[in-house]
Structures are given as structure tokens and as C-alpha cells.
Design a protein around this ligand. Structure first.
Ligand SMILES: NC(=O)c1ccc[n+]([C@@H]2O[C@H](COP(=O)([O-])OP(=O)(O)OC[C@H]3O[C@@H](n4cnc5c(N)ncnc54)[C@H](OP(=O)(O)O)[C@@H]3O)[C@@H](O)[C@H]2O)c1
Length: 268
């Protein structure tokens, strides 16, 4: 029997990409799952594709505190408790800091950082009761600032620091707090990344077919949850970046700059 059998698992942002892969994987493992997103049609499609399985869908924007509260209330009303919370909902951006509107940076921070804080706050009493798990889907950008993604990096650094503090606060309680840092993973994230005006960028300049699939990423995350790991850094390139940045930060500056720029222009 899977260790996730009958566990109540909440995944924010489960209608696309990594979140969707996680929802579907947990359902195959016999868990009772709840997910949210802003777009009802995408959630409804997910539910239709998984008809007959225990899946609660709820329309909520995680950057809005009251919507996170309604989402978690709906989970408790249906399932009675929460064992595992995966704070996955997130958005990226693509714009140099000199050009970007400040409201875009704030929006990214509200979704990626505050969305994680709100959902964790409302779920925590139940997770404490069950000695469960809190996961933050962060990024390599939470270990290494990435150009064109200054707000995204800031939100993921904030997430990592906040989760590390929470992990330490909860060390004696039996709750495991873990932050996961995927490398480049094929998904919708680059299509909907915000441009300097805070609108969807609408195209990905990167080759998605060469990236880790969302399904593979989800398998790594579930294994790490089962092992109650502290952190998970994914992909060879991701591990290399974290290592280089820790021990050779000046070299990392140059390599990252070379990767993202050509002739002074941001190309990725
Ligand atoms: N893909 C990568 O290369 C990569 C790398 C490192 C880290 N990550 C992280 O992995 C997580 C998932 O990303 P992904 O690549 O799977 O992205 P994705 O394909 O764009 O999916 C994002 C999901 O989050 C939901 N979402 C976005 N904003 C939301 C909000 N304000 N409130 C509620 N739901 C929201 C989206 O649904 P709606 O649009 O309907 O709201 C969608 O279901 C993110 O935290 C991202 O930072 C991704």
C-alpha cells in the first residue's frame, strides 16, 4: 500500500504543470486531493480527466488572503483535516529591473511568497495535529539571483528563508517542512511569465522539449516527501548552479550572465 493512501493532500496551483502532475500522481497513489487555481475551466477539466477520484477543486487566487482561507475551509469541510500541504502555485517574470513596473514585482511577491504564507497559516493547525508535511515549491532562483527575474528570485529567496525559519520552529513537533527547487521544467510558466507591464509574456524563448518533464519533477517531489527530506534541488544544471554559487560566486555571476544575455540583450 502506498504511504499516501487516504492521506489528505492540498496542492495549490494544480491545474497546470508541476501542480497538475502532483495532483494526478497523488490520486494514483490513493490520496484524497484538493487543489486551487484562478481559472475555473482549467480546474474543471482536471476534475473531468480524473472523474471518480477524490479531488476537490476550488477557485482561489493565492495572493488574496481571504481566498486562501475559503480554500482551506472548503478542504476541511469536505475532508476534515490536512496531512500534506504543497505550496506550488507560482508565477515568473521576464523583464530587466530598470524597465519593470514596481507593481509587477509586488504581484510576483504576493503570489509566490504571501500565497505560501497564507495557505500554510490556515492549514498549520491540522498539519500539526497529524505531524504532517509542509512543502514549498521554490526554485534554483531561490538560491541564485537570475537576471530578468529579480522579483521572482526575491520571492523564492524569501520563501526559502521563511521555510527554513518555520522548519526550525517546528523541529520538535513532528511536522516536516521542506522546500523543493526544480530546475528548468517543461510547463506553462514561461508563457504566462509577466513582462515589464505585468502582462503575460506569451512566448517562451527556451526549448521546453529539452527540460525535465513536470511528471518526472512530481515523482522526485513525492519521493522527497516520503523520505521527509529537508530540501530537494533538481536537475544537473540546477545542482551545478547552486554549488558554483555557494563556493565560486564571482564565477557564477559571469556564467549566469553569459547564459541569459547576448550582445547586452536579455535573450532568455
Ligand atoms: N517550470 C519550471 O521551470 C519551474 C522551475 C522552478 C520552479 N518552478 C515553480 O514550480 C511551481 C509551479 O510552476 P509550473 O512550472 O508548474 O507553472 P505553470 O505551468 O504556469 O502552472 C502554475 C499553476 O499555478 C496556478 N496559479 C498561478 N498563479 C496563481 C494564483 N495567483 N493563485 C492560484 N493559483 C495560481 C496556475 O493556474 P491559474 O493560472 O488558473 O491560476 C497553474 O495551475 C511554481 O511555484 C514555480 O515557481 C517551476
Amino acid at each position: 500500500m502506498s504511504r499516501f493512501q487516504n492521506k489528505i493532500i492540498v496542492v495549490t496551483g494544480g491545474s497546470e504543470g508541476i501542480g497538475k502532475a502532483l495532483v494526478e500522481l497523488f490520486l494514483t497513489k490513493g490520496a484524497k486531493v484538493a487543489t486551487c487555481g484562478r481559472n475555473y475551466d482549467k480546474l474543471y477539466n482536471l476534475q473531468q480527466q480524473n472523474a471518480g477520484k477524490p479531488l476537490l477543486i476550488h477557485t482561489a487566487d493565492v495572493s488574496v488572503e481571504s481566498e486562501c482561507k475559503s480554500f482551506i475551509d472548503a478542504v476541511i469541510k469536505l475532508y476534515g483535516t490536512i496531512d500534506i500541504l504543497i505550496n506550488n502555485a507560482g508565477m515568473s517574470m521576464r523583464s530587466l529591473f530598470k524597465d519593470v513596473e514596481l507593481s509587477t514585482l509586488k504581484k510576483i511577491m504576493d503570489i509566490n511568497f504571501w500565497g505560501t504564507v497564507y495557505c500554510t497559516k490556515f492549514s498549520l493547525p491540522y498539519i500539526l495535529e497529524n505531524k504532517g508535511t509542509i512543502v514549498g515549491v521554490s526554485s534554483i532562483a531561490g538560491y541564485r539571483g537570475l537576471p530578468g527575474r529579480s522579483g521572482y528570485s526575491a520571492s523564492k529567496f524569501a520563501m526559502n528563508g521563511w521555510m527554513e525559519a518555520l522548519r526550525t520552529e517546528l523541529l520538535q513537533t513532528g511536522v516536516n517542512v521542506m522546500w523543493v527547487c526544480p530546475g528548468f521544467t517543461a510547463s506553462n510558466i514561461r508563457n504566462v511569465a509577466l513582462n515589464k507591464e505585468g502582462k503575460a509574456h506569451g512566448e517562451t524563448p527556451m526549448n521546453e522539449s529539452k527540460m525535465m518533464s513536470a511528471a518526472t519533477c512530481a515523482i522526485h517531489i513525492t519521493k522527497a516527501i516520503a523520505k521527509r527530506k529537508r530540501t530537494l534541488v533538481l536537475t544537473f544544471q540546477g545542482k551545478e548552479t547552486v554549488f558554483l554559487n555557494r563556493f565560486f560566486p564571482s564565477i557564477a555571476d559571469k556564467l549566469v550572465q553569459k547564459f541569459f544575455f547576448k550582445n547586452g540583450e536579455l535573450i532568455k
